[in-house]
Design a protein around this ligand. Sequence first.
Ligand code: C2E
Ligand code: MG
Ligand code: MG
Length: 716
Amino acid sequence: MPQNTAADTFSHVLTADTAAIRKMPRSALDRSHILALLRLGDFARDAFLATDPQGCVAYMNRAAERLFGYRRRSALGLPVADLLPDIQMFLDRLEDPGEASSIAWRSTGRRPDQSTFSLVGAVTPMLGLSGRSFLCLMRERNPEVSDDERQARLASLVYRATSEGMLVLDPKGFILDVNPAFVRLRGQHESEVIGRHVRCLNSSCHDRDFYRGMWRGVLETGRWQGEHWGQRKNGELYPEWLSINTSYAEDGEVYRRVMIFSNIAEIKRAEAIIWKQANFDKLTDLPNRQMFNDRLEQSIRKSKRGNTKTCLLFLDLDRFKEINDTLGHAVGDELLKEAARRLNGCVRQNDTVARLGGDEFTVLLDGIDEARDVERVTRKILRRLSEPFHLGMETVFISTSIGVTFYPDDATEADVLLNNADQAMYAAKAEGRNRSCYFTASMQEQAQTRMRLVNDLHVALDQKQFFLAYQPIIELSTGRIAKAEALLRWNHPVRGLIPPAEFVPLAEETGMIRDIGDWVFCEATRKARDWRRDYSDGLQLSVNISPVQFRHEGIDLGFWLGHLDTLGLEGRGVIIEITEGILLDSAVRIDQQIAAFHQAGIQVSLDDFGTGYSSLSYLGKFSIDYLKIDQSFVANLRPQGPDLALCEAVILLAHKLGLKVVAEGIETHAQYELLAAAGCDFGQGFLFSRPLSAAGFEALLSGGRDMRPERACESG
Ligand code: C2E
Ligand code: MG
Ligand code: MG
């Protein structure tokens, strides 16, 4: 019998042939050693598998159980090819006498569910008495990484790939590592910073106290974050968000500190843009209403503390709208920009010039005590703004009206101050524009009166407080009453008769003028129908139309014409009086509305000619029938005077364009003579008659007399 070999012992063990093992001599290796080795096998991390001489699984350790997914008991006796499908190839190689006695291999393992996996290992034969068996050692080739390992890898990836600069410090503040983003951000190579103390990164923008405070925070709480001005290697500063965090060892000692640098220049830029958009006027670059309000509040607080005064100016450019409408918005914008520049040039560095919108500006004069100082500023502003504006091809002249108010003399609240200045500005406009006006207590009263009037206006129409007065319009060549102008009157229950100049603007502001205007039209046309029927079939009544009536949806012409129909009055019986301003209003398709009136036979008269922008060009552009020379020209008529020349020229031009002329406000015989001589067609004024009640006008009509003054003298 051949000698027992260790391999035989081993194969007995593998086949669990313990009886055979026991029969074997107790040599050192043969039994206990091999049994011990196999027991130890269960503690090995690598899989361990042996075959019996028949090529079936004779042994597997626990790692092999885990790797192959078999319980040991069920695997024993299975053909090893079930678990290692390629094994035969390697076994064949081991037969080759040239091959080493064991070979390392890469192969495939198969689990009970038939899934496969890659493995690496070694296989070695064991030659025993009962034949050849094999021993295989294996582990999975790409085993899944552990969670810890995965996280570590991920962290490293983030550290390398992030756009935030990162830096790792040892507990003493020496730089251990920097990531590529840090290198890019600072323009400093790793080698220039690693190993140095973190203080080498301090920027010139912050002082020692800043860094002391920062590190004190880190020492106390382990962390710090805040805005920081980073400095690049080339000295350039940039804003960054800096966070410092600490990682601790298990014993609680500081292990590492990590600094993260985020460049916030873009965010800062965006923030600055947003802030600017919210606080500054895009066109002029001046502070806008929002910013102005802040500054006003600030000034008030400052004045309160210092017991000083703040002066607030409210400016409105005179007739800016006309420039905008005639020369276009581009020119208007240029004018505003230039006006803003000039305004800034009129005040001190720490005063505020703001644009509230449109052509409204405000100026805050800080710490002003002397009214004289304010006067100096307002005079300068008035002078500078009345200098010509050269805008492209155009030269434009404007002026401005300024309202002045003081903290704390006039008010202590910001919104009240602004209101005061606004009222004072309106007073300056009312006094003839191109001037400044101080806020007074009486303005406050006026404002309150205005408010009360607005309230009263709301009920005036329903309560039939309005009536119309009629002022005859005389044909100068014949002296007959050719027309009459219907003039609105408000019989206020408490205040008595209120002139239209006082309440029509309020009705316009509140939009009530639409309903009132409809009422005027209906009332006047009713009278026109009666008087044409009873006295003179050629008589025309003219009604004043406010520009506001044309805006938005415009006049409800269907309603008006329907009303004429019901009355049985032809359109020819009515003239509408419009003002120059509306012709310039680009927001209103006035040409279409005029055309619609003409279509219905209603004539159009241009009122107050000479007081507005008075562009002669639009006389030809719009089909207008009458031109009413404003009474301010008539008042100053003198032989050889400039206003006479003007009137003569206007009459001539109007006639050439096919328009008839009405002169308003004729009060004297001389005015009448001059106008008649100049060829003026019609006249209206106190010389002939004041506005009359309907009954008074009727009496005049029934008298049928020649209204010319000399005839009046002759007959009287
Ligand atoms: P207006 O259309 O220019 O009307 C002429 C104004 O001149 C009237 O003032 C009239 O009384 C006044 N007047 C007439 N002759 C003379 C004169 O010889 N000397 C002087 N100093 N004044 C004279 P009134 O009635 O106070 O109306 C003022 C303005 O109110 C009107 O000016 C018109 O713009 C507006 N208005 C009047 N009625 C209405 C209306 O029904 N609707 C609208 N929207 N506005 C109206
Ligand atoms: Mg009129
Ligand atoms: Mg007029």
